[in-house]
Ligand binder design. Structure first.
Ligand code: FEO
Length: 172
């Protein structure tokens, strides 16, 4: 059985994962309208992944006798100054998510909830992967600079881009 405090912070994480899904969906749309097919595909995929992250918390809370809640979400940014700015936003957001997961791990120990502590390890590993991927993409964008041909190749490359992590599983 989850403590009230554990349940409340896990439900808060459901909101964060749902908002992440919306943030990346808005990025997918922006990239699609800019004609960046690869980047757009990547962002649609990220958005789906975040929904899976959310559902995994959802199922867990209900399985442990809690009540998984759907909450109101804040609206994401719809416009970006550049592709670089968009991926910087993504990177900063993933760092924020990692911090939030770390805080959950901390609370699970305070609550002596070892089942939740164990459950959260999947997210700890997943965040390593997400941050590494965002960093790799930003490095590539910085290499391209203002080169239009480079951007065209990058858009093609990103269709295949996945950073293989030794610790994180690829599916929830
Ligand atoms: Fe669910 Fe990208 O963190």
């Amino acid at each position: 059985m989850l403590s009230e405090r554990m349940q409340s912070v896990l439900n808060n994480q459901i909101r964060i994962e749902a908002e992440s899904s919306q943030i990346y969906l808005a990025m997918a749309s922006w990239a699609e309208l800019k004609g960046l097919e690869g980047v757009s595909q990547f962002m649609y995929g990220q958005s789906d992944e975040e929904r899976q992250h959310m559902l995994k918390f959802f199922k867990y809370i209900n399985e442990r006798g809690g009540h998984a809640k759907v909450s109101e979400l804040s609206g994401p940014a719809l416009e970006f100054g550049s592709i670089k700015e968009m991926f910087e936003t993504l990177f900063k957001h993933e760092i924020f998510v990692s911090q939030s997961i770390n805080e959950l791990v901390h609370i699970s120990l305070e609550e002596k909830d070892y089942a939740t502590h164990n459950f959260l390890q999947w997210y700890v590993a997943e965040q390593i992967e997400e941050e590494a991927q965002a960093r790799t993409i930003l490095d590539k964008i910085n290499l391209i600079g203002d080169d239009k041909g480079g951007l065209y190749l990058f858009d093609n490359d990103i269709k295949q881009l996945t950073v293989v992590s030794s610790v994180a599983p690829t599916a929830p």
